[in-house]
Design a protein around this ligand. Structure first.
Ligand SMILES: [Zn+2]
Length: 186
């Protein structure tokens, strides 16, 4: 998939419009409950899984609103068969709203399919999936999902995860915050 998936939040973080690619994007990412009509008026954070990711999104919104310019972060919007390298862009408006854009920069076919579902609770061996780069952390290291599956469950593409944010992606947000502080000091 190429192109952009855009949605707009009001100052209360409710979704007030979605771009024309939203429905297809939601479907491809396993979220039929997220189809365009169903999301309007609802808080974005309802659709964000995992406490660490919610905190991350709240920080992103805070930085976007305090900064006059857009902020951009690298992320992934993978589907079962594709690694999709995307750029997320947040731009605030004068009313305190924020527009999110996701642009697919390029895609790669996976070496094996990966189907991801959210575990209802975290078991001892439930890996964390980074919401930004889609890597998997079963124990100490962040890995591509295919590498994890090939070692752990080569015959089963189904992966049950909880969501979080890896150190590298947290650092991207840290850099936006540092830039913001530097702007205020000058
Ligand atoms: Zn990450």
């Amino acid at each position: 998939m190429t192109g952009r998936v855009d949605f707009r939040l009001n100052a209360q973080d409710q979704i007030i419009s979605v771009g024309h690619d939203w429905d297809r994007f939601a479907r491809e990412n396993g979220g039929t409950q997220l189809s365009g009509n169903g999301v309007l008026g609802r808080p974005l954070l309802e659709f964000v899984s995992g406490k660490a990711t919610r905190t991350f999104v709240q920080s992103l919104l805070q930085v976007a609103r305090h900064r006059g310019q857009p902020i951009e972060l690298d992320c992934r919007c993978d589907s079962p068969l594709l690694r999709r390298y995307t750029r997320m862009r947040l731009q605030s408006d004068a009313q305190g709203g924020v527009v999110f854009s996701h642009e697919t920069l390029h895609s790669e076919t996976r070496s094996c399919p990966v189907r991801v579902s959210v575990a209802s609770q975290r078991g001892r061996h439930t890996p964390i999936r980074c919401s930004m780069c889609n890597k998997i952390k079963p124990a100490h290291q962040w890995l591509e999902a295919e590498h994890y599956l090939q070692n752990e469950a080569p015959d089963d593409p189904q992966l049950w995860v909880i969501y979080g944010i890896c150190d590298t992606c947290a650092l991207q947000l840290g850099q936006c915050t540092d830039n913001l502080n530097a702007q205020h000091e000058h």
